[in-house]
Structures are given as C-alpha cells and as structure tokens.
Design a protein around this ligand. Structure first.
Ligand SMILES: NC(=O)c1ccc[n+]([C@@H]2O[C@H](COP(=O)([O-])OP(=O)(O)OC[C@H]3O[C@@H](n4cnc5c(N)ncnc54)[C@H](O)[C@@H]3O)[C@@H](O)[C@H]2O)c1
Length: 334
C-alpha cells in the first residue's frame, strides 16, 4: 500500500484513538484533532501529529486538512439517547463540525473522506438492516448523521471528492468513555458495577443489539480509506452476534465477578427496540470479520476498565429538556 497522510478527527476518543494507532502501524503519517469533549489526552499516540482544537472553528479545519490524502471523520458527540433532550447542543456540535470540515476539505482538494455515520439512520426498520434501506431515523442524533450523509453525497457529486460512509453499530472496548451518564451501555454497566451499584436497564431489557468489539471494527474502517471498491459506498460495520440487553447485563456481571442484579427502570423515549445490521458488504469489501465473541470482547474491556478503575459519572453536556427524560438522568442517579 502507498503510504499516505491521513487526518483522524476525534482521535482522542474511543474509536478514533484505535484508528490512529492502526493507521500509524500501517506506516501512514497521521494528523489528529480533538477538543477532549468526550475523549482523553491519554489516548493520543505520541507518534500522531495531534492538534487540540474544536472543528466548529474553520481555522482548525483548514490547518488540519493541509496536504491530507484521506480524512477519517469520527469527531462527534455520540450520545444518541440524550440527543432527544439535547438536540440543540448535540447537533450544533455534530453538524457544525462536519460542515466546517467538509468545506475545508473541498477547498483544499482532499480526494477522500471516510465518515462514521451510524446505524441510527435506519430508525425502526426491521433487522437485519442493510445499506439499501431508506433513512428513517427516530432521534435527532440519527437525523444529524443522515443530514451529513446527504451533504457528503451531494458534495461528492459536485466536487472531486470520494467518500465512504461507515455505519458502525454498538462498538465497545477499551478506551471507551465509561464516565458519561448517557453512553455507552457496556461502559456504563461496568462503571456502575465497579462503583458497587446495580446496572440500570431501561424498559424490559428485551431490546436486541449486536455489540461490536473495537479491534474487529477498526481494521475495516481503516481499509475504507484506501479500498477502491469502497469508493462512494455506504457500509455497515459491526458484529452479527445478536443479544438482548438483559443478556448483555448478565455477561458483564459474570465477567466482572459481581452478584449485583440489574434494576429495570422506565423505557427511554424513542429507543429503537430491535436494531442490528447485515455485515455482508463489510465482509466482501472491507474484509470485516467478527473475531471476538461478546464474552471475549467484554473480558478484554473489563480487564482495561479495572485498570482505569471506577469513575465519577460526568454530565458533560446537560439535558436541555428534562420533560419526559429518564428520572435516573434528571435526578442524576447514575
Ligand atoms: N461507539 C459506537 O458504538 C458508535 C456507533 C455508531 C457510530 N459511532 C460514531 O463513531 C464516531 C466515534 O465514536 P466514539 O464512540 O469513538 O465516540 P467518542 O466520544 O469516544 O469520540 C469522539 C471524539 O470526538 C471528539 N469531538 C467531539 N466534538 C468535537 C469537536 N467539535 N471538535 C473536535 N473534537 C470533537 C470528542 O472529544 C471525542 O474524543 C462518532 O462519529 C460516532 O457518532 C460510534
């Protein structure tokens, strides 16, 4: 493979930091940008040309894209459930930074942009969700992702810019932010258990998901920047092992050696009951493979979480609307 200069946005975050490491290991020159809103300085690889900055600032984007061959755009405030109550702030961040980055990329003549969208764009479609389904999100985070997918596709047509849209689903693993009150479920369960508190499950826990271990997902996302067959494609990336949230809780509790029992609380508004995706296209084009069973992935993450230790729960972005919000969020019971 020809070595390239790549930009990873959100490189101090969970997936961005794994991606930065993967691309560096492949011999690429990696520029990283993050404002530490959801990420950590400890995730920044010393070999990465890292710049602390907010992508809503055009100047940050213009500097970051200089001479870049491929942009991997991961930066976002990825709080899907919370987006129902804080859509103003969350979409200001996600849409604002994406628009500014794309503008800078087009003006610089960057040839390729890989965007991590989300399975959230499928909304309540019947699983397994495949890439040909229409976009019908049910929450503002999903609408933000769908919006930028559309902008990217139309700009690709108008300018000389190739894209790949990756729709990851329920990625988890070491380095994930486990301190946030609203995301993501595996980390929240682990942090509650380490704080000797029972995991909360919203609703009956019979929601189904396919949780995807980060080390399985990242090589496929890295490949999307260089694989010719990924040009202007939308590709789901993630596991095909479907479990209920109740089963997930049981596995996490067992792996962490806890006798706590989950506590069921009220359902969250607009939470999709069944959501998991086809993986065939990722397997064909990006040689994606699920190498870790959920239990194996949870074991690796638990080992890391125990090293990091119990975290104080953070309420980084407030609930802008408390009406109909889960009581455990409003009363800060997490
Ligand atoms: N983790 C998942 O299960 C999952 C599933 C589907 C899609 N995604 C998408 O993948 C991407 C990465 O998700 P993640 O789980 O690693 O989240 P993350 O929060 O760990 O990483 C995102 C990073 O972006 C940074 N960031 C946010 N706004 C920024 C801004 N304006 N300027 C600069 N940096 C900014 C944050 O500080 C954070 O480090 C996101 O786009 C997310 O929407 C994640």
């Amino acid at each position: 493979m020809i070595m390239a200069k790549v930009l990873v946005t959100g490189s101090a975050g969970f997936m961005g930091s794994w991606l930065q490491d993967e691309l560096l290991a492949q011999g690429h020159e990696v520029v990283g940008v993050d404002n530490f809103l959801g990420g950590y300085e400890r995730n920044v690889n010393p070999d990465c040309d890292f710049r602390k900055g907010d992508l809503r600032d055009s100047k940050v984007c213009e500097e970051a894209v200089k001479g870049v061959d491929v942009i991997y755009h991961l930066a976002a405030y990825a709080a899907e459930g919370q987006s129902v109550f804080s859509f103003d702030m969350i979409n200001d961040i996600n849409i604002g930074s994406s628009n500014r980055l794309l503008t800078a990329a087009i003006n610089e003549g960057v040839p390729k942009l890989v965007f991590t969208s989300s399975m959230a764009v499928y909304g309540e479609a019947k699983p397994p969700m495949d890439e040909t389904l229409p976009k019908k999100p049910v929450d503002p985070y999903g609408w933000g992702k769908a919006y930028f997918e559309g902008v990217l596709e139309s700009c690709s047509n108008a300018f000389d810019l190739d894209f790949t849209i990756i729709r990851p689903h329920n990625v988890y693993g070491p380095r994930q932010n486990i301190a946030d009150f609203s995301r993501n479920v595996v980390g929240i369960f682990m942090n509650r258990i380490m704080n000797n508190k029972a995991p909360y499950i919203y609703g009956d826990g019979e929601q189904t998901r396919a949780f995807s271990y980060v080390e399985d997902a990242i090589p496929a996302i890295a490949r999307a920047g260089f694989e010719k067959r990924a040009r202007n494609q939308i590709i789901n990336v993630g596991s095909d092992e479907v479990v209920t949230v109740n089963q997930l809780a049981e596995i996490v509790l067992q792996v962490m050696g806890s006798n706590l029992k989950p506590v069921h609380v009220e359902e969250r508004p607009n939470e999709v009951k069944h959501a998991w995706c086809t993986t065939k296209k990722a397997e064909d084009i990006l040689t994606y493979k699920t190498n870790h069973s959920l239990r194996e992935g949870v074991e690796k993450m638990a080992e890391w979480a125990k090293e990091v230790g119990p975290q104080e729960v953070k309420y980084n972005l407030p609930l802008q609307i408390t009406k109909n919000a889960p009581k455990v969020w409003v009363e800060r019971l997490l």
